[in-house]
Design a protein around this ligand. Structure first.
Ligand SMILES: Nc1ncnc2c1ncn2[C@@H]1O[C@H](COP(=O)(O)OP(=O)(O)OP(=O)(O)O)[C@@H](O)[C@H]1O
Ligand SMILES: [Mg+2]
Length: 504
């Protein structure tokens, strides 16, 4: 599907400045469509003189006339004549056209007549496109007041389009919470007095505590902060404000209506956003609570870790003491992830924040007789807690294995025969190197832990290994994360992990 910019470039060679103008028009024309209760089409003229549809919007206030996507289609039937006239004259031209001429499906039925108003779009003094409003022919029905007022505002905005003052040169960044025509509409006269207020606008004013008649009054006289109004009138561009009264919040947007460079009135859109704000507050509360939970989990894990350490120190050196030290390290590696989670507002951690402490923990365990240096490269990126926690445990085991098993033989060889165990060798022994690498491939995270030590013992098999460390690694990577593990020798030991992130 071609974008507006592609269509403008490929079909009509529209200059850059005009491209931005048309993009801004299309960015804010939902309001025009809603005010006119009509489908709007944006036509540009290609070099051979044909008119091509580059934009289409349907009203949310009424039924559409076009069931199909018209982007890229050429004008046909009576359309080119009307469009051409508007283009040449530079003023609004109105006529009747037959629907379904391009062979498209139309709700009124093929061959029905509809009204088409062609509004030339001017940018920097030149007509660069034509905005077409298409609506069914209304026979014998008088529009209600609301409809009449809305169409009147549309006509004023259409005049601004023709004069080159709509869209505004600088568009405010609008969230999807910004009010739309259906939310509530007021119009102000040139002295900023309310001329009209739609039922929804009156409701919003009630919520703000305004119960007296609003017609003929200025918003500040009604006791509400009207600051966007003078701003819009003086700066000739839209201004917004969120009004608050206790729990109630109302979003107000004031759009000046200009004629010949002067503000002749304004359109004020209002939306009661109280429920949205309440939801925001709840979400914010949930965020804080979640962080607090992670903080407490971390504290509890640290308490468990200290208990294990205290207990291990009471034991003589040996298997039992070693096992308690290992358990302590495993608990601490989980605590690291909760520590990072307790700092962030999301339920995800940047894993590169967990790594330094994890690595320091392993390096501290290496004996002075065989120093080890752990480095890492690549970005693991943001990982959800459900991946980050097991991954921290797994890396702890793998790095620990390198520290414990890869370099011990070397230290043993370098140790002079008479020196006690753990004593530094006389000659400078370069530290053993362990590298952790991360790479994202598609929806997978690839992790490699590589050391330049002795390599795996002969006859080693991951599947048949019964010791606890690798059983934990297998259980977490294959069982919990649904990933794969490979272990092999390549000038040392290499462990490769593949962890799918998508399905979690
Ligand atoms: N990087 C490595 N270099 C050399 N040998 C290794 C390496 N990693 C693992 N091994 C071998 O694999 C064996 C199994 O490792 P595993 O982590 O399961 O148990 P462990 O480290 O001996 O004990 P623990 O349960 O305390 O971790 C080790 O005893 C060691 O022989
Ligand atoms: Mg181990």
């Amino acid at each position: 599907m071609a974008t507006l910019v592609e269509l403008l470039r490929d079909r009509a060679q529209v200059p850059d400045r005009a491209v931005e103008h048309l993009q801004r028009l299309v960015g804010s024309w939902g309001m025009l469509s809603d005010l006119s209760f009509s489908d709007l089409l944006l036509f540009v003229r290609s070099p051979d003189g044909t008119f091509v549809v580059v934009g289409q919007v349907r009203p949310t206030t009424s039924q559409t006339l076009h069931l199909e996507d018209l982007l890229g289609r050429e004008a046909d039937g009576e359309e080119p004549a009307l469009l051409g006239q508007a283009w040449l004259l530079g003023s609004v031209v109105e006529g009747e056209v037959t629907l379904g001429g391009r062979g498209e499906q139309v709700p009124l039925g093929r061959g029905e007549r509809s009204r088409m108003v062609c509004i030339p779009v001017r940018c920097c003094g030149e007509v660069v496109a034509v905005l077409a409003r298409q609506a069914p022919l209304v026979v014998g029905r008088r529009p209600g007041e609301l409809e009449r007022v809305y169409v009147e505002i549309f006509d004023r905005l259409a005049r601004m389009v023709t004069q080159g003052t709509f869209p505004f040169p600088v568009e405010e960044p609008l969230s999807n919470e910004a009010p739309r025509v259906g939310d509530g509409v007021m119009t102000l006269d040139s002295a900023a007095r309310v001329e009209f207020a739609s039922p929804n606008a009156v409701n919003a004013l009630h919520r703000l505590g305004v119960y007296r008649g609003v017609l003929g009054a200025r918003l500040d006289e009604l006791g509400i902060d009207h600051s966007p109004v003078p701003t819009a009138f003086s700066q000739l561009s839209p201004a917004s404000l969120e009004l608050e009264r206790g729990e109630v919040a109302v979003f107000m947007r004031c759009i000046p209506l200009l004629d010949q460079g002067r503000a002749t009135g304004a359109l004020v859109l209002v939306r009661d956003v109280t429920d949205l704000r309440r939801r925001d507050r709840l979400l914010l509360g949930k965020d804080v609570a979640l962080r607090e939970v992670h903080h407490r989990v971390k504290n509890n894990l640290q308490t468990i870790s200290s208990l294990l350490r205290l207990q291990s120190r009471r034991l003589p050196p040996g298997d039992a003491r070693h096992a308690l030290e290992e358990a302590d390290r495993r608990v601490r590696s989980i605590a690291l992830v909760h520590e990072v989670l307790s700092r962030d507002t999301t339920d995800a951690v940047d894993f590169n924040e967990v790594l330094p402490s994890l690595v320091r923990m392993a390096e501290d365990m290496s004996s002075p007789a065989s120093p080890v240096e752990v480095t890492w490269d690549g970005e693991a990126g943001e990982l959800g807690a459900q991946v980050a926690t097991p991954l921290a445990l797994v890396l702890n085991e793998l790095v620990q294995n390198a520290v414990e098993h890869a370099f011990s033989a070397r230290a043993e060889r370098a140790r002079p025969a008479h020196a006690p165990q753990g004593h530094s060798p006389q000659g400078e022994l370069p530290p053993g190197k362990v590298t952790i690498s991360f790479a994202r491939r598609g929806r997978d995270l690839e992790v490699e832990v590589r050391d330049d030590g002795a390599g795996l013992p002969e006859g080693f098999s991951l599947e048949e290994s019964t010791s606890l460390g690798l059983a934990i690694v297998r259980g977490l990577v294959v069982g919990q994360l649904g990933g794969k593990i490979k272990m092999y020798n390549d000038s040392g030991t290499v462990v490769q992990l593949e962890v799918p992130l998508g399905q979690l």
